[in-house]
Design a protein around this ligand. Sequence first.
Ligand SMILES: [Fe+2]
Length: 228
Amino acid sequence: MKRSEVNEIIRQSDAFIRSFGFVLPPFAYWTPDEMKARRGQIDRIVEARLGWDITDYGEGRFDEMGLFLFTTRNGRLSDLQGGGGMCYAEKIMISKQDQISPMHRHIVKAEDIINRGGATLAIEMFESHADGNIDESAEVVVASDGVERRFAPGDSILLAPGESVTLMPGNWHKFWGDGGDVLIGEVSTVNDDLTDNMFREPIGRFAEIEEDEPPIHLLVSDYPKWLG
Ligand SMILES: [Fe+2]
């Protein structure tokens, strides 16, 4: 993706998020230079990879296959392994109409995917075989706002604003905005996006960035290069 496209997505996404009365935390609006100047105090942001995360899954077709994410909080894997502490994470995301987040599952992370407003959120689901691969024949059983619901393999749960589904590790899922753009909340187990996303197709998790103008804000995938 070109940096100019990323910058424009940041501007449009911020406006979309604010249109629902949701406001991002202060560090969302720091410039790259401000982040560098504060580097000594922001280990918790850099190491937890909090912030802007815009991906086309490396495919170069953001409108068809892509996702806007902003990680607002993310705990410590060491706390999870130790059995207590900051074991949670939260993201705000946007799926545009018919913009696919491709079929994947997680190894560690359970996630509540919440429709926070806008159009309908469609999530296609499969269960896993014992080896982790997609089970094309098993019924999918999930909790949706505390209520057990059953789906034929590959069927989609349709979430209206206010509705959510709990996806456990092993629940394969693919999602998109149905009939319009959707603001999505995610409340989950502490999350390592570098290692915990298993995709059905061989694709990447992060975008390749072509620097055609300066970034207005850094993406989490920029942190290693820009902030060390
Ligand atoms: Fe997921």
